[in-house]
Design a protein around this ligand. Structure first.
Ligand code: ADP
Length: 244
């Protein structure tokens, strides 16, 4: 059926490691279809926030997605609500083809998929994902030969075929060329027409070009939120980034 992005509502999120508070009471409201950039200096708590929402680290407070509380549930249960993420290093099956990678992702947890694939048809969601990520022509190439940017797009494609409605991407353009960054930004804009996208990012030029909204974390707290222009004009943000 038609995919619709869903919103994420985080309240008073707190993550502590051995007495050190990495996320210190964060509120976050991400509307369906948003393309939200989560920025902030190293150690601000960006990855930990995403880890908490996806169930990788224990957290207190609340994180609701599609009407369901996520905190306290196992990783797999959270994934089944339609949340998917990438990590800083792209993880694809290098010795399998692009198509096989998408196929495995699409078939995860779906018994009927194997039957469908025996007919040697490329299922419609896989075909659509190939097109969206721009890898149709490379579908039969081993993922290991792909360029760095293409691997990242494949990983995003693996979320799309799993019907992920909230994509959490950790520095997707790290190490990419200018052209790859541009293509990735356009890809994320297309995806956010149907789904909700949250991007952890260090690249400020990339953020300025593609963010629909921005949240700035600093020392575990939400420092500033708004449009790119609003956040850039915020004196608190300037202080953190420029030391003014
Ligand atoms: P960011 O993604 O914004 O760079 P992180 O979320 O990775 O920041 O880290 C936030 C803080 O929490 C850092 O000070 C980091 O050292 C600390 N931290 C992250 N993970 C752990 C962990 N597993 N154990 C202890 N400290 C951690």
């Amino acid at each position: 059926g038609e995919l619709k992005g869903e919103g994420l509502t985080v309240r008073d999120l707190r993550v502590t490691f051995d007495g050190f508070t990495a996320v210190d009471g964060v509120d976050l409201d991400i509307r369906p279809g948003d393309l939200r950039f989560l920025i902030g200096p190293n150690g601000a708590g960006k990855t930990t926030l995403i880890d908490a929402v996806t169930g990788l680290v224990k957290a207190s407070g609340s994180a609701r997605f599609g009407g369901q509380e996520l905190l306290g549930r196992p990783v797999q249960a959270i994934a089944r609500t339609g949340i998917g993420r990438t990590f800083q290093t792209a993880t694809v099956f290098e010795n399998l083809t692009v198509l096989q990678n998408l196929d495995i992702a699409a078939g995860a947890g779906r018994r009927w998929w194997t039957m469908l694939r025996r007919r040697k048809e490329v299922p419609e969601p896989v075909e659509r994902a190939l097109e969206t990520i721009g890898l149709s022509a490379l579908r039969d190439r081993p993922a290991g030969v792909l360029a760095h940017g293409q691997k990242e797009w494949l990983e995003i494609g693996m979320l799309l075929v799993q019907d992920v409605r909230l994509l959490l991407l950790d520095e997707p353009v790290a190490g990419m060329s200018h052209d790859e960054r541009q293509a990735t930004g356009e890809l994320l804009q297309r995806i956010s027409e149907e789904r909700t996208v949250v991007v952890i990012e260090h690249d400020m030029d990339f953020m300025r070009s593609f963010a629909r909204s921005v949240s700035v974390l600093h020392a575990g707290r939400m420092l500033s939120e708004g449009t790119v222009a609003e956040v850039q004009a915020d004196a608190k943000v300037q202080e953190v980034y420029l030391g003014r």
